[in-house]
Write a protein that binds this ligand. Structure first.
Ligand code: SF4
Ligand code: SF4
Length: 192
């Protein structure tokens, strides 16, 4: 059994730890008076660049939570030249994300083939009613303003393929070589 005096070193140790922690510089940020310094790749909210969206539905199909709703209709574009063919394109009517279901996995952003979805570090969109977390394309579009520019390339990274292709000198079509005249095949009986 331990004696009464055995707890004293532990008590002193605890007091020393408390004093040391009390003197250490605090890392607390006084939010909301001071905005937090978030890393550039913070996952705050998903922003939509509407003009890039082709209503392909890929994001809605891949979303594991089924929290993306897309409505669109087809529009006929008349032929630009006489005798040309009419074309059809999708027009986005509705794009909504239910942030009460979203788990911020980022799959929708990764799979979008047209760069229409982006992470924004904006996080102040809490609501008193969970039903108000369903946000439509107008609100998603407003968040584009807070999307940070893409990070600069690493110093030693290879040049993006598009830039490299633009730098390459234009290929010129070589002048057609003169085709040597075919020698006439002597007919049977012709003297050599
Ligand atoms: S982040 Fe994930 S859960 Fe949220 S909308 Fe995109 S795919 Fe769905
Ligand atoms: S956001 Fe991207 S993946 Fe989703 S419908 Fe629009 S273009 Fe397709």
């Amino acid at each position: 059994m331990r004696g009464r005096g055995h707890g004293i070193p532990g008590l002193v140790k605890g007091m020393v730890t408390t004093a040391r922690t009390g003197l250490r510089r605090t890392g607390t940020q006084e939010y909301p008076d001071v905005s937090p310094e978030l890393p550039p790749r913070s996952r705050g909210v998903i922003a939509l660049l509407e003009e890039n969206c082709t209503s392909c539905m890929l994001c809605a199909r891949e979303c594991p939570d089924w929290c993306i709703t897309i409505d669109s209709h087809k529009e006929t574009i008349p032929a630009s030249t006489a005798g040309g063919r009419e074309r059809q394109r999708n027009v986005l009517d509705r794009f909504a994300i239910d942030f009460s279901l979203c788990m911020y996995c980022g799959i929708c952003i990764e799979v979008c083939p047209f760069d229409a979805l982006f992470w924004s570090p904006h996080f102040e969109y809490a609501e008193y009613d969970v039903r108000d977390l369903l946000h439509e394309k107008e609100r998603l579009g407003e968040w584009m303003a807070s999307v940070p520019p893409p990070a600069a390339l690493d110093e030693k990274a290879s040049e993006p393929a598009e830039v490299a292709a633009a730098r390459r000198p234009q290929r010129t079509v070589p002048a057609q070589r003169a085709v040597p005249a075919q020698r006439a095949v002597p007919a049977e009986g012709d003297s050599p």
